[in-house]
Design a protein around this ligand. Sequence first.
Ligand code: UD1
Length: 429
Amino acid sequence: MDRIRIVGGHRLNGTIPISGAKNAALPLMISSLLTGETLVLENVPNLADVALLTRILANHGVDVTLEGKRKSAKPATGQTLRINAAEIVDTTAPYDLVSRMRASFWVLGPLLARCGEARVSLPGGCAIGTRPVDLHLMGLEALGADIAIDNGYVVASAKDGLKGAHITFEKVSVGATHNVMMAATMAKGETVMENAAREPEVVDVAECLQKMGARISGAGTDTIRILGVDRLIGARHAVLPDRIETGTYAMAVAATGGSVHLAGAQPRLLEAALDVLRSAGVEISETNDGITVSRNGAGLRPVDVETAPFPGFPTDLQAQLMALMLKADGTSTIAEKIFENRFMHVGELARLGADISLDGDTATVRGTEHLKGAPVMATDLRASVSLVIAALVSEGETMVNRVYHLDRGFERLEEKLTACGADIVRLSG
Ligand code: UD1
């Protein structure tokens, strides 16, 4: 199993290219199930989750091919996938695949819409709380699907097709919004989704579906309206930049000090996180092709932050902010309001000398000058990268074990950090 060795104490300076967003690439790939024509996706990050979803789609009969490099392509613009679901040969998504990545559960809506049936294993994914799927099922039932749970599988059918409905989600769910939005594109009549997720990745998927012929309005607000169409067609779409990767590197630079240009980053995708960094004393400037993050000399001020659905501070940056606040001149509080049990990194950060106490959903983080490298274990995707940030500012060597969690969501992490002066290497085996 690969490990990553980091020797802390180096400032970061240089440029980091921002990859396409994992959390948009996955539902975009899944939306290919809605059409028999080819969907071409550009700027897809090269990640373990993308490879796993390729296998899951292949099991349904979907061909995913990698398009060769084009002369005009800029370096680091990600891969281009050609995805063709001309014939769906199997409407079952099996446990051994779905249990490894929660987002693969989202094939349920598109399979139902296209084939009138689907049998999808209940999901697994990062161990960050119970993560039920009741909102997905409620939404699809409202569209007229018959749903039963059998042997750990959701068995859904809509023999006469799905029908538009008025759906109000009692809680904001990114996944349920994607799943129901995809299904509703081919339901008869109008669907209105209230209290829908406003995340930029939902907007990106809606834009791609529109190119495929879907009639969607309101994506990016909490009310999305969809007028069903009979069929969708092929399209070409470029995945938007990854706001979580952007925020992660911004926090890494804020922690180590130095100045890094995050090329291709879009500040409008993460204003809440950039505001928190500014209030901590980090300099953020927007350039014509990204963001420059700098901290030269100034100390870090503590912050009080709560995670919230977009446009609030993202739960996917909570662990990274906690690592950053280990270096603040004072005490910060960070409240996790989206997922219970998303504090697995706290015990690992403590191994580096962090002083963090937990009370319910709130962590109190006391800044310290004395972080010291140690062996630590990656526990989930975002928690793992918080360990990398903490290691970059710890004295001596940190060994991060179980880095396959990192490979699920961060493309070429060691390479990107090494190019900016970090001492970080992957040890294979
Ligand atoms: C997505 C993201 C993940 C991010 C999360 C919140 C992807 C691939 N993953 O996950 O990185 O951390 O949004 O921004 O895009 N819930 C229910 N019932 C449901 C569904 C969700 O109660 O049927 C709850 C969850 O337990 C959680 C909250 O709603 O407390 C938000 O979850 P949700 O937005 O659905 O997260 P995911 O879509 O799984």
